[in-house]
Design a protein. Structure first.
Length: 216
């Protein structure tokens, strides 16, 4: 994480072999693939224009490798700190959201409702906050300040973006199956989030997509 006027999240945005929702956690077994390495190099080149004053990163391989690209481009050393690892989601790590929902339904329901649970035997957000020496209140406040939205709302919007991307033309996809695949815990929850963000129901949106394609 570069340190300067603001903190920048430089994590890669995909994991090799996964296109749907993924409970990635601290991802300790993952390394940068070819696409992610290219992303990290492009990020490093952009940061040369306004370099940070210092670079701190998790000691896990993907974060450390990304930070090294930035450090080399900006001529700065990288400080690796285990306290900066992402939240540990234990047995959820590396599993798709649909698989997690099927294997750990009670944990999933509690977490999806906003409770701070130890997912897959990993750690809670309170434990994460203590590890990075932040209170949970300050961690939540910093997240909202940086991202402009609450953590729960951000998570649901990310799921919705994945849903819309995977839906495509809408002709052949089952809405419930796809909603669970991208990480929603139930169709009720998905329907509520979809209506709030999109202004119509998922079924209405699907019909509109199909009608538009048919006219074209």
């Amino acid at each position: 994480m570069p340190a300067g006027r603001e903190a920048l999240d430089g994590r890669p945005d995909r994991v090799e072999g996964h296109t749907g929702g993924l409970a990635e956690g601290d991802g300790r077994e993952y390394v940068l693939d070819v696409v992610q390495a290219a992303q990290a190099q492009r990020l490093a080149e952009r940061m040369k224009r306004s370099p940070p004053t210092a670079i701190f990163a998790s000691d896990l391989e993907r974060a450390a490798e990304t930070a090294r690209y930035i450090g080399e481009a900006c001529g700065l050393p990288v400080t690796l700190d285990p306290a900066l690892r992402e939240v540990d989601v234990g047995l959820w790590t590396g599993k798709g959201y649909e698989e997690v929902h099927a294997l750990y339904p009670e944990e999933w329901a509690a977490w999806d409702s906003g409770l701070d649970v130890r997912r897959g035997g990993g750690e809670t957000y309170a434990e994460l906050a203590a590890r990075v020496n932040l209170s949970t209140h300050r961690l939540s406040r910093l997240f909202k300040l940086q991202m402009g939205t609450r953590l729960v709302e951000f998570r649901n919007r990310q799921r919705l973006q994945r849903f819309l991307l995977e839906l495509g033309d809408g002709e052949t996809r089952n809405l419930l199956g796809l909603a669970l695949e991208v990480g929603f815990g139930s169709y009720t929850q998905f329907n509520r989030v979809f209506k709030r963000v999109m202004g119509c129901s998922p079924a209405q949106y699907q019909r509109q997509k199909i009608a538009h394609i048919t006219r074209d």
